[in-house]
Ligand binder design. Structure first.
Ligand code: NAP
Length: 319
């Protein structure tokens, strides 16, 4: 089969497509014919060995994907050959024609979604659900800022918060990103490249109940000043350090919580997948595929996912 590989930690340019043996599975695994692979920032961290990620080599990138079950291990119940699925982790890398699936991280793909859309779900939608509902405990009617809303997790969070009846304010870094968020039904879009973009919200009356934060090292200090009483910031993304004044938290009985999808337990993952399914099938949640790449273009996708000017998910389409 065709598989993208890298031989050691390194830049995206060192990814190449190789012909390797199709993986074999044991009795507790699934073999999935991958139709589309999600490209997430974490794939680049693993490939380059940054942010404390490690892997073994040769390494095939890609945690997320969607496809068709090709074989089911003897110990596994609840899956069948030919079933359409998506997954949020796998054992061999999704940038390949086949991947070894883990039953606890593989879920039925709603009929209304293409494989490309299915490949947007694993990390982005699960993280959005866990951050917004599981960690920040956001409720219907609350005022939510999705700080960095144009990317994969941000759009998923916007859609989920709107589906739950929250008041959603979101931020973008480009005009195109702003237009995308408006097309998603967000009435107030802030420009996170402007230093004072949170100023109108930095009173207790105007503050947010919840902020879902995609770049905490840039924003956390100002986020804390933009919280309502009892407000919560869920840190999803962070690429550095930041200085805060804890008095901003004390003044509001506020809280900051971290979110790491890697910490999720199978039971929570399963609950999230079950609650996402009807929303996806009913069209309340609809992934935004910005661009598709071939396996040969995986290195370009790894470059692009770290660029500013996000407008949805990047996907590798596998024929
Ligand atoms: P993505 O698709 O690359 O999107 C990145 C987002 O960050 C874009 O919306 C971008 O907006 C925004 N951004 C850029 N500068 C910003 C700023 N100054 N303030 C606020 N937002 C800013 O990435 P993603 O998949 O959505 O992931 C977002 C972050 O969360 C990444 O750092 C990723 O590693 C992390 N993440 C964490 C978890 C977890 O479990 N904790 C899970 C998934 C992802 P513009 O491009 O419009 O400027």
């Amino acid at each position: 089969m065709k598989s993208v590989q890298i031989q050691n930690y390194g830049p995206a340019s060192e990814l190449s497509v190789e012909n390797i043996a199709t993986p074999t599975i044991n009795a507790d695994q699934l073999l999935i014919a991958v139709k589309a692979a999600g490209v997430n920032p974490v794939d680049t961290y693993i490939r380059s060995g940054t942010n404390n990620y490690t892997t073994s080599f040769p390494h095939t990138p890609g945690l997320d994907g969607a496809g068709i079950i090709d074989a089911v291990g003897d110990n596994i119940k609840g899956f069948h050959v030919g079933q359409r699925v998506y997954f949020s982790r796998n054992l061999s890398g999704s940038s390949a024609e086949f991947a070894i699936g883990i039953p606890t991280h593989t879920f039925p793909l709603a009929d209304t979604l293409s494989y490309e859309e299915g490949a947007c779900l694993g990390i982005p939608y699960t993280t959005a659900h866990r951050a917004l509902l599981g960690r920040a405990n956001a409720k219907t009617g609350e005022k939510v800022l999705v700080h960095g809303a144009t990317g994969a997790v941000g759009i998923a969070t916007v859609q989920l918060a709107r589906a739950m009846g929250m008041e959603v304010i979101a931020s973008a870094g480009t005009e195109e990103g702003k237009a995308l968020l408006e097309s998603q039904g967000v009435q107030t879009v802030l420009d996170h490249t402007q230093a004072d973009h949170l100023a109108p919200y930095q009173t207790l009356d105007q503050g947010f109940d919840v902020i879902i934060e995609m770049l905490a090292n840039h924003n956390l200090d100002q986020d804390l000043k933009a919280l309502a009483f009892g407000g919560r910031v869920a840190v999803v993304g962070n690429r550095g350090t930041v200085e805060i004044n804890p008095r901003d938290l004390m003044a509001r009985d506020a809280a900051v919580m971290g979110v790491a999808l890697a910490n999720i337990k199978p039971a929570e993952l399963s609950l999230i997948a079950k609650s996402l399914y009807p929303l996806l099938n009913g069209g309340l949640l609809k992934p935004v595929v910005r661009k598709t790449y071939s396996l040969e273009e995986t290195s370009q996708a790894h470059e692009d996912v770290l660029k500013s000017g996000a407008q949805g998910n990047l996907i590798i389409k596998i024929d």
